[in-house]
Write a protein that binds this ligand. Structure first.
Ligand code: HEM
Length: 441
């Protein structure tokens, strides 16, 4: 191989074909060009597990751009607030959040999470076709915001809903791409909502600190001094929380849409989930991590749906310097798209990869989305920017699936009309999905 080995390109590829059907193009690229291919000059796609994992792990060669959705707010540097957070403070904030989000912390709070998932199933209007994503999003927002802020959640929930709306408006496709610095109406709305959320959270932070009751939730973890960094300044606590708040329910509700659709399409799997869920306590607040551990098939359903339809199906990285990837040269300044969607449909990794077969997760002892074949299951990413909320998401989605199947038969509305549209631009989603719940006898 020479020093400038270009990844192959599709004969009629390019952005035009890509924007007309991204999923189909991603599959064609992987099938016809191989594990790394080129969409346009300087835009590469990592299509198989090996190169995907390499890109996500090699964060020096392939850094992640900061999220433009909720950029740090411009503030005057007051002594009390501490000004914009430094990289050290961000690292501290990340470590503190992870103390509240890691698997053990989530397991300890299952009794707080389960009532929200049971309520979703109880409140689903039965015997009629309903658009499910708004219902699911509302339920998951209540759970997520409570997980972050406990008893302070009710005051913050309406603000969180507004943040979500701001995000929706911002990512809506538009005919023009405005430079980052132009304050378009969508960006002004986003900033107003971000300020409103932060302003609602600030008194909570001050009250908890001055009372000494820091709380056992994620915010409480961020307010505790760390032996290494000391106390986090207020702005460093507030800075990332709008993004984390939306993350607790936005991607999970996309995942839940796909899961509910699979319950409708595979009644045998729904029946098996319902049978398993019969062992859950009648009072959901009494649910423990042992109960969750017993929902092995339900967890397998969640993992299998996340494998087939990873909500974050395409992750973006840059290559600031020339580098190598799987025997190819990647030019300086190029974009690398990491594609869990095609990596998960690779027959070398998953037999009959297009089939919905939850049992595959039960065949290997101890296998689950988090543990089986590290680096092959990429729905939560991997490496230094891997998902912070994977344990929370798996727990919430497993309980939501179990409670829904225990209570209802789920079905698609009859008739030829499509019940949803597959969106691919900002994650893989079942937009407009309508389903019907019929109470189980
Ligand atoms: C089914 C649900 C979820 C899926 C499929 C998912 C997926 C992902 C993926 C693929 C990434 C990596 C992005 C990249 O490498 O560019 C990521 C990052 C992240 N996720 Fe999740 N996520 C989910 C739920 C959550 C939840 C519940 C939280 C709540 C805390 C969360 C918080 C985050 C954060 C903060 C990051 C950024 C990490 C970083 O950049 O260092 N996610 N997620």
């Amino acid at each position: 191989m020479g020093p400038r080995d270009e990844p192959p390109r599709l004969p009629e590829g390019g952005f035009a074909a890509w924007s007309s059907d991204r999923l189909a193009m991603a599959r064609r690229g992987a099938e016809e060009c191989g594990d790394v291919w080129q969409l346009e000059p300087g835009v590469y796609v990592a299509a198989a597990a090996g190169p995907c994992e390499a890109v996500l792990r090699r964060a020096q060669d392939f850094p992640k751009a900061p999220s433009p959705l909720f950029p740090p707010l411009k503030r005057s540097r007051s002594k009390r607030s501490g000004g914009a957070p430094t990289p050290e403070e961000r690292a501290h904030a990340h470590a503190a959040r992870m103390r509240g989000l890691r698997a053990q912390a989530v397991a300890a709070r299952i009794g707080e999470i389960a009532p929200g998932t049971a309520r979703f199933a109880d409140q689903w209007p039965t015997d009629q076709d309903v658009e499910v994503l708004p219902l699911v999003r509302h339920a998951l927002a209540e759970i997520g915001v409570s997980f972050l802020f406990s008893e302070d959640a009710p005051a913050l929930l309406p603000r969180a809903a507004q943040l979500f709306l701001a995000r929706e408006v911002l990512v809506r496709p538009s005919r023009w791409i405005w430079p980052r610095w132009i304050p378009t109406p969508a960006r002004r709305f986003r900033t107003r909502q971000q300020v409103a959320f932060t302003d609602a959270l600030r008194p909570v932070v001050r009250r908890r600190r001055s009372s000494g009751h820091l709380g056992d939730d994620v915010l409480g973890q961020m307010l505790r001094p760390s032996p290494h960094y000391g106390l986090l300044p207020e702005e460093a606590v507030l800075d990332t929380l709008p993004g984390i708040t939306v993350a607790t329910f936005e991607t999970p509700s996309r995942a839940a849409g796909w899961i509910l659709l699979h319950l409708a399409r595979h009644p045998w799997a729904a029946d098996r989930v319902a049978a398993e869920a019969a062992s859950l306590p009648m009072d959901p607040a009494a649910t423990t991590s042992a109960h969750l551990g017993d929902l092995r098939f339900t967890q397998a359903v969640v993992s299998e749906v996340l494998r087939l339809y990873p909500p974050s199906w395409l992750l973006t990285r840059r290559a600031p310097r020339q580098t190598r990837l799987a025997d190819y040269t990647i030019d300086a300044g190029s974009t690398v798209l990491v594609c869990p969607y095609t990596a998960h449909r690779d027959p070398r990794e998953f037999s009959e990869p297009d089939l919905f077969r939850p049992e595959r997760w039960l065949e290997e002892p101890g296998a689950s989305a988090g543990s089986a074949k590290p680096g092959v299951f990429l729905s939560f990413g991997t490496g230094p920017h891997g998902c912070e909320g994977a344990a929370l998401a798996m727990t919430v989605l497993t309980l939501l699936t179990a409670h829904t199947a225990r209570r209802h038969h789920v079905s698609e509305p009859p008739g030829p009309e499509p019940t949803y549209r597959v969106a691919t631009l900002e994650g893989l989603a079942t937009v407009g999905l309508r389903l019907r719940a019929t109470p189980r006898g």
